[in-house]
Design a protein. Structure first.
Lengths: 263, 417
């Protein structure tokens, strides 16, 4: 399974990956302005036209303020909540890694947005024929043996593409080699069951705006338990209702007969 | 019913006006997109419509399956007069729910894909179940139509065919949920055995009503009322732990049963007041004895859940969520419970209306809390419904109430005076 590793300590926030993402996926330019939330972060949020966003964070490091750069995109989870949630199967997890969205089945219910802990799917609110839009991990490029536009454009090799297992051991190697340079955590290894986008950072992830405090088990596990109970609920309720109906009606009838005998 | 040239009353006129305005807003929504008529955002993709039209609407329509089940399966003949109005309300409730869903879905023209969708999704289950249950309710609602137009042959056909139709529908449903022929065989076998045992006279059979039709309504309701709670199992990251719980599916089911019965009382009393047909009071009082049982179960589950997960400290952090939790549980569960258990209180019409009204309000507040107030998403501003969101919902409800009034006036729904 393919994955991306972002070593945020190497990122210089050139935003080349943002531009490359827009070019390859033909996303429209947006009206932007500095200091409207997030300082130099621009645009302020991901949107239907911005799937990949470099975040600018000011973090207290003990000696003063540090400027650390993070990144936001669809994390392409190993067991995605959105895929379990989608009632029509418009979202699927592919063997190569990307979580794929098929607009030809989408009913626009937005349940994927409700359940995504990373707030990745975006909805076209002002379109009468709206779609969900999010990072595709450039599945079209991966399919022909290339790599995503963002990682290919990265000049400092902060963002690299490869096999998930290899990237994960590389990330752990880097932490082990320079423990002072990194917080000892690979974000995306275990979060909500793990993801295909991994992050290394020098500042704590919660201070860089990452969703933290997520359980290690996938979000879908409780739902799968509840859904697995359905056939038992159908059978059980049919048995219980049938039995109760039988017993109660027999009692009512014998009661009726008795009272008729007496009268 | 020989009312001629009735004058236009302010009530129906207001409801009709709201329905028309709502329709205009719906047309605008399909022209300009959901963003034009709502305050929904990528951080708060579900809001007022989901809370009211879907979660509260379906729960309040639970009176249909509860009453029908009580009368025909649990031998509660004394509730018989309540069954038809309750089934009518439930049917209209589900039609309103589907209309609300069509407005809320971005691409409703793809909605049939839900029948060939993803059987891990609670929403897929709800789609299947609600569609089948609406069909079952329509079938349950046919006898008044048969009686009105004296369609005896059609009624006989309905009596003999609907059990087989139900067996086929529930079997297909089981297959769709499990993709397993074994489960299909088990469910089909059980239902067939039930029907055959009734026909052979081993189990008592009611000549007038196909028992399997009623039973299927109860079974389908159990499933989708609880699945509405399952929807929120996957929101551990955003739903306040005051509401998020692995027991959500069962809590949704229990609260819907209590509120469904309260709704039967409330609409019966409202019908007496505004539509001029008599409320069968003594069965309503009998039913009011069952409601507190479910309120106590619900209260115990909520309390146990809060204590078991150690979230009770959140109850004393002063914020909107904790206040709304106390309002919901205090005014919507504990207060009506006290009223129901006060001897003689619900034997007065005003008392019954007050207790039922509180339960219904409590349910609505609970669903709003789960879907809107308890959901907090990092870095996104709070969500408040747009006036047009509210108008669309009011329009749909108004159309529903008008249809209810029309049907009660034109079909033998209520007991004759």
């Amino acid at each position: 399974m393919k994955a991306l590793l972002m070593d945020t300590t190497l990122c210089v926030a050139c935003r080349g990956c943002q531009v490359a993402c827009k070019q390859w996926n033909r996303l429209d330019a947006e009206q932007t302005s500095f200091f409207h939330g997030g300082g130099y972060q621009n645009p302020a949020h991901r949107s239907t036209q911005t799937w990949n966003l470099i975040t600018f964070n000011e973090v207290e490091n003990g000696r003063g303020m540090d400027w650390v750069f993070g990144r936001r995109q669809c994390n392409h989870c190993l067991e995605p909540a959105c895929v379990t949630a989608c009632p029509v199967g418009a979202l699927t997890k592919t063997a190569e890694g990307p979580v794929h969205y098929d607009e030809s089945r989408c009913i626009g219910c937005r349940y994927c947005q409700v359940v995504c802990p990373f707030n990745a799917p975006r909805f076209e609110w002002n379109d009468p024929n709206p779609e969900i839009r999010k990072c595709t991990m450039c599945a079209d490029r991966i399919a022909v043996g290339s790599e995503p536009a963002c990682s290919q454009s990265c000049t400092t090799k902060a963002l690299i593409f490869g096999d998930r297992e290899e990237l994960l051991s590389l990330a752990k190697e880097r932490i082990a080699k320079s423990p002072n340079r990194y917080v000892s955590h690979v974000y995306g290894e275990k979060e909500a069951g793990g993801a295909c986008v991994l992050y290394l950072a020098k500042a704590p992830f919660e201070k860089m705006g990452f969703a933290t405090g997520l359980p290690d088990k996938p979000f879908s596990s409780e739902v799968k338990t509840a859904m697995a109970a359905i056939p038992f609920a159908i059978t059980g309720s049919a048995l219980a209702l049938g039995a109760l109906y039988w017993v109660i009606n027999r009692r009512l009838e014998s009661y009726k007969e008795n009272s008729e005998d007496e009268s | 019913m020989n009312r001629k040239t009735a004058p236009i009353h302010p009530g129906p006129a207001l409801l009709g006006g709201l329905a028309c305005l709502g329709l205009a807003a719906v047309i605008y929504r399909f022209w300009a997109g959901i963003g034009a008529v709502s305050n929904l955002t990528d951080g708060h993709p579900w809001g007022f419509w989901v809370a009211i039209d879907i979660l509260a609407g379906v729960a309040l329509a639970a009176g249909g399956f509860v009453t029908a089940g009580l009368v025909y399966i649990f031998g509660g003949k004394r509730f018989a007069e309540l069954a038809r109005p309750a089934v009518l309300t439930a049917f209209l409730g589900y039609v309103m729910f589907v209309l609300g869903l069509i407005v809320d879905m971005g691409r409703p023209w793809h909605m049939l894909y839900i029948f060939v969708g993803n059987h891990n999704s609670p929403l897929y289950e709800i789609g299947w179940c609600a569609a089948l249950y609406t069909l079952v309710l329509a079938l349950e609602l046919l006898p008044p139509v048969f009686e009105k137009y004296s369609m005896d042959r059609a009624q006989r056909l309905w009596r003999s065919l609907s059990p087989w139709l139900v067996i086929v529908l529930l079997s297909i449903f089981t297959l769709a949920m499990t993709y397993s022929w074994i489960w299909l065989a088990i469910v089909a076998g059980l239902l067939l055995a039930w029907e055959i045992l009734m026909r052979k006279g081993v189990m008592g059979r009611q000549r007038q009503t196909p028992i399997l039709l009623i039973a299927s309504g109860v079974m389908l309701s159990f499933l989708h009322q609880s699945s509405l709670g399952s929807l929120y199992l996957m929101t551990a990251h955003s739903l306040n732990p005051l509401w998020h719980s692995p027991l959500l599916p069962i809590m949704f089911l229990i609260s819907a049963i209590a509120a469904g019965m309260a709704m039967v009382a409330l609409e019966s009393l409202a019908g007496e007041r505004f539509l001029g047909h008599k409320a069968p009071f003594s069965p309503l009082v009998d039913m009011a004895r069952i409601v507190p049982v479910f309120l106590i179960i619900y209260l115990a589950m909520k309390a146990g859940d809060i204590l078991a997960y150690g979230d009770w400290r959140r109850l004393f952090i002063p914020n909107v969520q904790s206040v709304m939790w106390w309002v919901e549980m205090g005014a919507g569960v504990v207060a009506p419970l006290v009223l129901y258990l006060t001897p003689g209180f619900v034997r007065k019409k005003s008392g019954l209306a007050a207790a039922s009204g509180l339960v219904v309000c409590g349910l609505i507040i609970n669903r709003v809390n789960v879907a809107v107030i308890g959901l907090q998403v990092q870095r996104w501003q709070s969500y408040y419904p747009h006036p047009l969101e509210v108008l669309i919902t009011l329009g749909i409800i108004s159309a529903g109430v008008l249809t209810y009034a029309w049907a009660s006036a034109n079909l033998p729904i209520h007991p004759r005076k």
